[in-house]
Design a protein around this ligand. Structure first.
Ligand SMILES: Nc1ncnc2c1ncn2[C@@H]1O[C@H](COP(=O)(O)OP(=O)(O)OP(=O)(O)O)[C@@H](O)[C@H]1O
Length: 264
């Protein structure tokens, strides 16, 4: 079976006033259907650029991105996205915000079926009873939960999460990590998560990809056996500590330290 996301030898440079800025330099990432790939790497190495290529918002200069056995050649409606800033529309209720993609995506659910689905997702993330509130009436964590429902409402084949928990306080963030697992158990999806948080990467990811410094290539891939019912206690085991130590080392190497310096 071919992977659901297949990024093959992707290279990309931005045109800038000072000439081309190479950002990605031969990136290879594969994610199986139902997989959760966390991508970490030094600041500015090209992680968000990678998400734009997967969403079809930009084309790579070289290499290919394949989703579901189809080469990505333009923007795709079958992708769901959530960002650090949830950008909910204040003039719409939470329910209406979640319904938004269904008004845009072709052949989507309409009417009562659409509303039932949005309500179902809101209940999965603990927002039952908040459907008629405006975004400003919700906390940051609640807005991010609503944004997650909006990203999932049209049953995307890929969910792209670009630091969605980055602006939240530690307790809210950990709550949302657990929510992600609970939602995935009931509403399976395939995801790419960009994060700066290594604990987040090993708690949510079944694969953690470390990118090198810019121009980024795939420097290291860690596969993590997924437990049936992950809990935050999983982060306090010796296996978790070992994984975090390896990832920390890899990030240091990505930031330019040599392996000998990191080990010494
Ligand atoms: N549209 C653009 N035009 C020119 N340069 C860009 C553009 N978008 C991003 N860049 C540059 O490309 C590099 C990679 O940016 P990108 O946002 O992909 O990195 P990132 O790893 O997600 O960053 P961070 O970790 O800080 O969120 C950065 O140096 C950025 O300034």
């Amino acid at each position: 079976m071919s992977p659901l996301i297949d990024i093959k030898g992707v290279k990309h440079a931005y045109s800038t006033a000072d000439g081309p800025l190479p950002v990605l330099d031969g990136l290879d990432v594969t994610v199986e259907e139902g997989g959760f790939c966390a991508v970490v790497g030094p600041s500015g190495c090209g992680k968000s650029t990678l998400t734009r290529l997967v969403a079809g918002l930009m084309m790579p200069d070289e290499g290919e991105v394949w989703l579901h056995g189809e080469q990505v050649k333009g923007p795709r409606s079958t992708v769901g996205m959530a960002f650090q800033n949830p950008v909910l529309l204040e003039w719409r209720t939470i329910l209406q915000n979640v319904l938004l993609p269904l008004e845009i995506v072709p052949n989507a659910l309409k009417g009562k079926a659409a509303e039932d689905r949005a309500r179902f997702l809101l209940s999965l993330v603990g927002l039952e009873g908040f459907e008629d509130k405006r975004p400003s009436e919700l906390s940051g964590g609640m807005r991010q939960r609503a944004s997650l429902c909006r990203a999932l409402v049209h049953q995307p084949d890929v969910l792209i999460l670009d630091e969605p928990f980055g602006a939240l306080d530690a307790f809210t963030r950990e709550d949302l990590w657990q929510t992600m697992h609970d939602v995935k158990a009931k509403e399976p999806f395939t995801a790419i998560l960009i994060t700066h948080d290594l604990r987040e990467s090993i708690f949510l990811g079944d694969q953690v990809v470390v990118l090198s410094g810019r121009p980024a290539r795939t420097q290291y891939v860690m596969n993590i056996p997924r437990s049936d019912k992950p809990t935050l206690d999983d982060l306090y085991t010796s296996e978790a500590a070992d994984r975090l130590a390896i990832l920390r080392q890899q990030i240091e190497i990505a930031q330019g330290r040599t392996e000998a310096e990191v080990e010494g």
